[in-house]
Ligand binder design. Structure first.
Ligand SMILES: Cc1ncc(COP(=O)(O)O)c(C=O)c1O
Length: 460
C-alpha cells in the first residue's frame, strides 16, 4: 500500500479492476472482498489487521507456512544473480540442482523433470508427452485420457478436458478437446455396499473404459492419490495396485496428479509413495515452492524418456517461465525446510489428532462424513446422517455461500466450502500446524455450522 492508498481504496480497486479466479465480480461477502496482506506460519492478516487461521494453506499450497525468511532470501539472492534464463536449450544452476534433487526424492525411476509454471500446465504437458511418447513408440492411435468423475485437473482447455466437473466445462464444450473418458471416483461414503468387490469396482471401471474406448486409443489414466474435488476421496485398499495392474495389462501410462498431494500433504514427499504405487509420471505444482513463487512440473520415468534419447527426438513443448530460476531457488529453499524440519514426519505424527478434532464435529446432525488423510480433509454435510440425504442445489448454495462461508470468515478461519459434488468443507492447513490449530479449526467450524443449521431451520 502506498502512503496515499487507504484500506478502503484497496477493496474499491479490487472490486473495480481485479477479476478474481472462479469468483463473482460482485463480492459474495457483505463486508466486501477479503484483502489478505501478510502471513506468518499458519496465520494471515487482512488489510484491516484482522487475523485468520489459514485452513487451506492458501490454495492447498503453503506447506512450509507463511513468512519463511529463508525462502524469501534464496529468491532475492537468485534474482540478483540471474533473474531469468530459459530452460529451452540452456540450463541454469537452480533448475539443474532442483531437477536432480527431485529425481532423488521421487519414487522409482522418475528421474527427469519437465518444469512448468503451475499444475494445469503440468497436466497438459504430461498428456502431450504421453502422446509424443506413443507416436515415437509406433502407437500413434493412443491419445485418450481416462480420469475420474468430479476430479479437478486444471482449467486451461487441455487440462479441462481431463477435469471431470461438468459445471465448469459445459459452457466451453465447443473448445474442449473431445474423446477423453470419465470413470467413477472412490467416494466410499456413498458406495452401495462395503463388500470387497464393491470397493474395487471403481478400479474395474477403468478396465471397462479402456476396453470400451479400444486399448489402442488410450494413452493414460490420471488419478490423484486423494481426490480433492468432491471432498477428499481416499481410495480403498488395493485400488491403486489394481489400477497399476490394469494399466500394465493394456499398455496405458499411469499419471499421478499430485498437484495437491505431494510435498508432505499426505505425510510423504510424494503421495504415490505413501499409497504404495509406482506411476509413470507425477504432475506437481503448489507445495513444490510452498507458493512462494509459481512452479510446476512433471516427473517422468526412464521408460518414457527412452525413445526421446534413442531417437534423439525433441519433446515439442515449452513454456517461457517453466523452470524459472527464482522459482527453482524458492523450491530448493522450500525443500530444505520440508526435509530439515521433517514436515512429512510431523504430518504423520499429527494426522491422527487432526482427524480426531474434525471427527469431534460428528455430534452435529449436519456432519455426515469426515474423510481424507495427512493434512487433507473434507467434511461432508448432509440433511440426514442416517439416510445420507443431501441438500438441493438452492439449499447447498444458501448453506455454503449464504451462511457457512461468512461465519467462518467472521470467526477467523479461511477454508473452502464447496459443492462441486455434495456440499463439503475442505481443510488443508500449512504442514507446520499442530493440535492447537486443529482445536481452533474445529471450534470455529462448530460455531459456523451451528449458525448455518439454525438459519436452515428458519428457512424451512
Ligand atoms: C489435482 C490438481 N491438478 C491440477 C490443478 C491445476 O493447477 P493450477 O491451478 O496450478 O493450474 C489443480 C489445482 O488445484 C489440482 O488440484
Amino acid at each position: 500500500m502506498t502512503a496515499t492508498t487507504t484500506t478502503d481504496d484497496l477493496q474499491a480497486q479490487a472490486h473495480a479492476h481485479l477479476w478474481g479466479h472462479f469468483s463473482k465480480l460482485t463480492p459474495e461477502d457483505a463486508g466486501g472482498t477479503v484483502v489478505i496482506e501478510r502471513g506468518d506460519g499458519c496465520y494471515v492478516w487482512d488489510h484491516t489487521g484482522k487475523r485468520y487461521l489459514d485452513g487451506l494453506a492458501g490454495l492447498f499450497t503453503v506447506q512450509a507456512g507463511h513468512g519463511r525468511p529463508s525462502i524469501a532470501k534464496a529468491m532475492a539472492e537468485q534474482a540478483e544473480k540471474l533473474a531469468y534464463f530459459p530452460v529451452w536449450t540452456y540450463a541454469h544452476p537452480t533448475a539443474a540442482e532442483l531437477a536432480a534433487r527431485l529425481a532423488a526424492l521421487a519414487p522409482g525411476d522418475l528421474n527427469r523433470v519437465f518444469f512448468t509454471t503451475g499444475g494445469g500446465e503440468a497436466v497438459e504437458s504430461a498428456w502431450k508427452l504421453a502422446r509424443q511418447y506413443f507416436v515415437a513408440k509406433g502407437e500413434p492411435g493412443r491419445h485418450k485420457v481416462i480420469s475420474r468423475n468430479l476430479a479437478y485437473h486444471g482449467a486451461t482447455l487441455g487440462a479441462l478436458s481431463i477435469t471431470g466437473l461438468d459445471a465448469i466445462k459445459d459452457v466451453f464444450a465447443p473448445l474442449i478437446p473431445q474423446g477423453n473418458l470419465k470413470v467413477p471416483n472412490t467416494n466410499s461414503y456413498r458406495y452401495p455396499e462395503l463388500t470387497p468387490e464393491a470397493l474395487l469396482a471403481p478400479a474395474e471401471a477403468i478396465e471397462a473404459a479402456i476396453v470400451e474406448a479400444g486399448p489402442e486409443t488410450v494413452a493414460a489414466v490420471y488419478l490423484e492419490p486423494v481426490q480433492n474435488s468432491g471432498g477428499c476421496f481416499t481410495a480403498p485398499d488395493g485400488y491403486f495396485a489394481r489400477v497399476r495392474e490394469i494399466c500394465d495389462d493394456y499398455g496405458v501410462l499411469l499419471v499421478s496428479d499430485e498437484v495437491i498431494c505431494a510435498f508432505g500433504r499426505l505425510g510423504s514427499m510424494f503421495g504415490a509413495e505413501r499409497l504404495g504405487y509406482q506411476p509413470d509420471m507425477i504432475t506437481m505444482a503448489k507445495g513444490l515452492t510452498s507458493g512462494y513463487s509459481p512452479l510446476g512440473g512433471v516427473m517422468v520415468s526412464d521408460k518414457i524418456a527412452e525413445p526421446f534419447l534413442e531417437n534423439d527426438e525433441i519433446f515439442l513443448h515449452g513454456i517461457t517461465f517453466g523452470g524459472h530460476p527464482v522459482s527453482c531457488a524458492a523450491a530448493l529453499a522450500n525443500l530444505d525446510l520440508l526435509e530439515g524440519e521433517d514436515l512429512a514426519g510431523h504430518v504423520r505424527t499429527n494426522e491422527g489428532a487432526f482427524r480426531a478434532a474434525l471427527e469431534g464435529l460428528k455430534d452435529l446432525p449436519i456432519v455426515g462424513d469426515v474423510r481424507g488423510m495427512g493434512y487433507f480433509y473434507g467434511i461432508e454435510l448432509v440433511k440426514d446422517t442416517t439416510t445420507k440425504e443431501t441438500f438441493t442445489e438452492a439449499e447447498a448454495d444458501f448453506l455454503l455461500r449464504g451462511e457457512l462461508t461468512p461465519h467462518l470468515i467472521a470467526n477467523g478461519l479461511l477454508c473452502r466450502a464447496d459443492d462441486r459434488g455434495e456440499p463439503v468443507i475442505q481443510l488443508s492447513p500449512p504442514l507446520v500446524a499442530g493440535p492447537d490449530e486443529f482445536e481452533e479449526i474445529a471450534r470455529i467450524i462448530r460455531i459456523a455450522l451451528l449458525h448455518a443449521m439454525d438459519a436452515m431451520e428458519k428457512m424451512a
